[in-house]
Write a protein that binds this ligand. Structure first.
Ligand SMILES: C[S@@+](CC[C@H](N)C(=O)[O-])C[C@H]1O[C@@H](n2cnc3c(N)ncnc32)[C@H](O)[C@@H]1O
Length: 209
Protein backbone atom coordinates (compact mmCIF):
# COMPACT_ATOMS: atom_id res chain seq x y z
CA UNK A 1 0.00 0.00 0.00
CA UNK A 2 1.42 3.41 -0.95
CA UNK A 3 1.73 5.67 2.09
CA UNK A 4 1.03 9.41 1.90
CA UNK A 5 4.38 10.98 1.05
CA UNK A 6 4.41 13.78 3.66
CA UNK A 7 3.57 13.81 7.34
CA UNK A 8 0.03 15.09 7.38
CA UNK A 9 -1.55 17.05 10.26
CA UNK A 10 -4.04 15.19 12.47
CA UNK A 11 -7.25 16.30 10.68
CA UNK A 12 -5.89 15.04 7.39
CA UNK A 13 -4.59 11.73 8.77
CA UNK A 14 -5.86 11.13 12.32
CA UNK A 15 -3.59 9.05 14.57
CA UNK A 16 -3.64 7.82 18.16
CA UNK A 17 -5.67 9.38 20.97
CA UNK A 18 -5.57 12.87 19.46
CA UNK A 19 -6.78 11.37 16.20
CA UNK A 20 -9.71 9.79 18.00
CA UNK A 21 -10.71 13.21 19.34
CA UNK A 22 -10.26 14.73 15.88
CA UNK A 23 -12.48 12.01 14.40
CA UNK A 24 -15.12 12.84 16.97
CA UNK A 25 -15.18 16.61 16.34
CA UNK A 26 -14.55 16.58 12.56
CA UNK A 27 -18.20 16.05 11.59
CA UNK A 28 -19.09 19.29 13.37
CA UNK A 29 -17.02 21.23 10.86
CA UNK A 30 -17.55 18.91 7.93
CA UNK A 31 -21.34 18.87 8.24
CA UNK A 32 -21.17 21.93 5.95
CA UNK A 33 -19.53 19.73 3.31
CA UNK A 34 -21.88 16.75 3.84
CA UNK A 35 -24.92 19.04 3.46
CA UNK A 36 -23.69 20.29 0.12
CA UNK A 37 -22.54 16.95 -1.28
CA UNK A 38 -25.66 14.99 -0.28
CA UNK A 39 -28.14 16.67 -2.66
CA UNK A 40 -25.68 16.39 -5.55
CA UNK A 41 -24.97 12.70 -4.85
CA UNK A 42 -28.73 12.20 -4.38
CA UNK A 43 -28.61 8.71 -2.84
CA UNK A 44 -31.56 6.40 -3.57
CA UNK A 45 -32.67 3.19 -1.81
CA UNK A 46 -31.24 1.00 -4.59
CA UNK A 47 -27.76 2.57 -4.40
CA UNK A 48 -24.54 0.83 -3.42
CA UNK A 49 -22.35 3.68 -2.25
CA UNK A 50 -18.64 4.02 -1.47
CA UNK A 51 -17.02 6.81 0.60
CA UNK A 52 -13.25 7.14 0.01
CA UNK A 53 -11.39 8.78 2.91
CA UNK A 54 -14.49 8.28 5.04
CA UNK A 55 -13.06 9.49 8.35
CA UNK A 56 -15.21 8.29 11.24
CA UNK A 57 -18.09 7.38 8.87
CA UNK A 58 -20.54 10.16 9.77
CA UNK A 59 -21.60 11.01 6.22
CA UNK A 60 -22.80 7.49 5.52
CA UNK A 61 -24.54 7.30 8.88
CA UNK A 62 -26.43 10.55 8.35
CA UNK A 63 -27.11 10.45 4.60
CA UNK A 64 -26.98 6.78 3.52
CA UNK A 65 -29.00 4.86 6.09
CA UNK A 66 -31.65 4.14 3.41
CA UNK A 67 -29.41 2.75 0.65
CA UNK A 68 -28.91 -0.88 -0.34
CA UNK A 69 -25.29 -1.09 0.80
CA UNK A 70 -22.48 1.13 2.04
CA UNK A 71 -18.73 0.77 1.87
CA UNK A 72 -15.95 3.01 3.10
CA UNK A 73 -12.18 3.15 3.09
CA UNK A 74 -9.68 5.23 5.02
CA UNK A 75 -5.90 5.25 5.45
CA UNK A 76 -6.16 6.04 9.18
CA UNK A 77 -6.52 2.97 11.39
CA UNK A 78 -8.22 5.07 14.08
CA UNK A 79 -10.82 6.31 11.57
CA UNK A 80 -11.46 2.78 10.33
CA UNK A 81 -12.03 1.66 13.91
CA UNK A 82 -14.43 4.55 14.64
CA UNK A 83 -16.33 4.05 11.38
CA UNK A 84 -16.55 0.31 12.05
CA UNK A 85 -18.08 0.99 15.47
CA UNK A 86 -20.52 3.44 13.98
CA UNK A 87 -21.73 0.96 11.34
CA UNK A 88 -21.55 -2.17 13.48
CA UNK A 89 -25.22 -3.10 12.90
CA UNK A 90 -25.00 -2.81 9.12
CA UNK A 91 -21.72 -4.74 9.04
CA UNK A 92 -23.39 -7.55 11.01
CA UNK A 93 -26.32 -7.44 8.58
CA UNK A 94 -23.94 -7.78 5.63
CA UNK A 95 -24.80 -4.41 4.05
CA UNK A 96 -21.66 -2.49 5.05
CA UNK A 97 -17.91 -2.90 4.63
CA UNK A 98 -15.37 -0.56 6.25
CA UNK A 99 -11.77 -1.18 5.25
CA UNK A 100 -8.31 0.17 5.89
CA UNK A 101 -6.65 1.14 2.63
CA UNK A 102 -5.28 3.77 0.30
CA UNK A 103 -7.36 5.71 -2.19
CA UNK A 104 -5.33 4.70 -5.24
CA UNK A 105 -5.70 0.97 -4.50
CA UNK A 106 -9.36 0.26 -3.79
CA UNK A 107 -9.93 -3.37 -2.77
CA UNK A 108 -13.23 -3.81 -4.62
CA UNK A 109 -14.03 -5.47 -7.91
CA UNK A 110 -14.90 -3.54 -11.07
CA UNK A 111 -18.48 -2.22 -11.34
CA UNK A 112 -19.30 -2.83 -7.66
CA UNK A 113 -20.94 0.54 -6.82
CA UNK A 114 -23.60 2.86 -8.22
CA UNK A 115 -22.29 5.96 -6.42
CA UNK A 116 -18.90 7.05 -5.08
CA UNK A 117 -17.97 10.07 -3.05
CA UNK A 118 -14.93 11.50 -1.32
CA UNK A 119 -15.09 14.53 0.98
CA UNK A 120 -12.37 16.56 2.63
CA UNK A 121 -9.77 14.04 1.51
CA UNK A 122 -8.93 14.34 -2.19
CA UNK A 123 -6.54 17.27 -1.62
CA UNK A 124 -4.18 14.99 0.31
CA UNK A 125 -4.35 11.85 -1.81
CA UNK A 126 -0.74 11.34 -2.96
CA UNK A 127 -1.94 9.94 -6.30
CA UNK A 128 -5.03 11.97 -7.19
CA UNK A 129 -5.39 10.75 -10.79
CA UNK A 130 -4.91 7.09 -9.84
CA UNK A 131 -7.46 7.57 -7.03
CA UNK A 132 -10.04 8.96 -9.47
CA UNK A 133 -9.29 6.07 -11.85
CA UNK A 134 -9.97 3.64 -9.02
CA UNK A 135 -13.24 5.39 -8.13
CA UNK A 136 -14.25 5.11 -11.78
CA UNK A 137 -13.20 1.45 -12.02
CA UNK A 138 -15.34 0.36 -9.07
CA UNK A 139 -18.39 2.25 -10.41
CA UNK A 140 -20.85 0.56 -12.74
CA UNK A 141 -21.45 2.15 -16.13
CA UNK A 142 -23.84 5.02 -15.47
CA UNK A 143 -22.70 5.29 -11.84
CA UNK A 144 -21.90 8.71 -10.45
CA UNK A 145 -19.04 10.29 -8.53
CA UNK A 146 -19.05 13.47 -6.45
CA UNK A 147 -15.69 14.56 -5.04
CA UNK A 148 -15.34 17.64 -2.86
CA UNK A 149 -12.15 19.65 -3.25
CA UNK A 150 -11.88 22.14 -0.42
CA UNK A 151 -8.55 23.78 -1.19
CA UNK A 152 -8.23 24.65 -4.83
CA UNK A 153 -6.59 27.19 -7.08
CA UNK A 154 -9.90 28.92 -7.81
CA UNK A 155 -10.76 29.98 -4.27
CA UNK A 156 -8.61 33.11 -4.12
CA UNK A 157 -6.46 31.86 -1.22
CA UNK A 158 -2.74 31.21 -1.04
CA UNK A 159 -2.24 27.48 -0.45
CA UNK A 160 1.51 27.44 -1.09
CA UNK A 161 2.30 26.63 2.58
CA UNK A 162 0.03 23.56 2.61
CA UNK A 163 1.33 22.47 -0.78
CA UNK A 164 4.94 22.73 0.42
CA UNK A 165 4.50 21.33 3.93
CA UNK A 166 1.98 18.59 3.33
CA UNK A 167 2.21 17.83 -0.37
CA UNK A 168 -1.41 18.92 -0.73
CA UNK A 169 -2.91 19.68 -4.12
CA UNK A 170 -4.38 23.07 -4.98
CA UNK A 171 -5.74 22.29 -8.42
CA UNK A 172 -7.33 24.55 -11.00
CA UNK A 173 -10.77 23.79 -12.41
CA UNK A 174 -9.13 22.85 -15.71
CA UNK A 175 -6.78 20.39 -14.01
CA UNK A 176 -9.63 18.76 -12.09
CA UNK A 177 -11.78 18.49 -15.22
CA UNK A 178 -8.90 16.94 -17.17
CA UNK A 179 -8.17 14.43 -14.37
CA UNK A 180 -11.84 13.42 -14.20
CA UNK A 181 -11.90 12.84 -17.96
CA UNK A 182 -8.55 11.01 -17.93
CA UNK A 183 -9.90 8.81 -15.13
CA UNK A 184 -12.75 7.70 -17.40
CA UNK A 185 -15.64 9.94 -16.36
CA UNK A 186 -18.04 11.55 -18.83
CA UNK A 187 -20.52 14.39 -18.32
CA UNK A 188 -17.92 16.01 -16.05
CA UNK A 189 -19.17 19.09 -14.29
CA UNK A 190 -17.47 21.30 -11.72
CA UNK A 191 -19.76 23.02 -9.25
CA UNK A 192 -18.85 25.50 -6.51
CA UNK A 193 -20.32 25.98 -3.10
CA UNK A 194 -19.31 27.26 0.30
CA UNK A 195 -17.91 24.92 2.89
CA UNK A 196 -17.11 25.85 6.46
CA UNK A 197 -14.16 28.27 6.25
CA UNK A 198 -13.84 27.46 2.58
CA UNK A 199 -14.78 30.35 0.33
CA UNK A 200 -15.14 28.27 -2.81
CA UNK A 201 -15.34 24.52 -2.38
CA UNK A 202 -15.20 22.62 -5.66
CA UNK A 203 -17.46 19.65 -6.32
CA UNK A 204 -16.18 17.49 -9.17
CA UNK A 205 -18.98 15.37 -10.60
CA UNK A 206 -18.88 12.72 -13.30
CA UNK A 207 -20.62 9.68 -14.68
CA UNK A 208 -18.84 6.43 -15.54
CA UNK A 209 -19.05 5.82 -19.28
C1 LIG B 1 -10.29 15.77 6.66
S1 LIG B 1 -10.58 14.05 6.86
C2 LIG B 1 -12.19 13.86 6.11
C3 LIG B 1 -12.94 12.67 6.60
C4 LIG B 1 -14.37 12.51 6.12
N1 LIG B 1 -14.47 12.38 4.69
C5 LIG B 1 -15.21 13.66 6.58
O1 LIG B 1 -15.48 14.56 5.76
O2 LIG B 1 -15.58 13.69 7.75
C6 LIG B 1 -9.51 13.30 5.67
C7 LIG B 1 -9.53 11.80 5.71
O3 LIG B 1 -8.79 11.28 4.60
C8 LIG B 1 -8.05 10.16 5.05
N2 LIG B 1 -6.92 9.94 4.14
C9 LIG B 1 -5.80 10.70 4.04
N3 LIG B 1 -4.99 10.22 3.07
C10 LIG B 1 -5.63 9.13 2.55
C11 LIG B 1 -5.32 8.21 1.51
N4 LIG B 1 -4.19 8.33 0.81
N5 LIG B 1 -6.20 7.22 1.25
C12 LIG B 1 -7.34 7.10 1.96
N6 LIG B 1 -7.70 7.94 2.96
C13 LIG B 1 -6.86 8.94 3.24
C14 LIG B 1 -7.65 10.54 6.45
O4 LIG B 1 -7.28 9.44 7.24
C15 LIG B 1 -8.89 11.25 6.96
O5 LIG B 1 -9.79 10.39 7.62
Amino acid sequence: MDAPTKKLPQPLLPRGLVGRFVGWVMPLGHSAIYKRVAPVLNLQPEDDVLDVGCGAGYFLKRYASHVNSIAALDYSEVMVEMATNKHRDRIAAGTAAIVHGEASQLPWEDNRFSAVTSMGSFIVFPKPLESLKEMCRVLRPGGRAVVSIEYNAEDGKDHSKEVKNYGMSALTEGEVRQMMEDAGFSEVSIKYDKGLGMPKMMLACGIKK
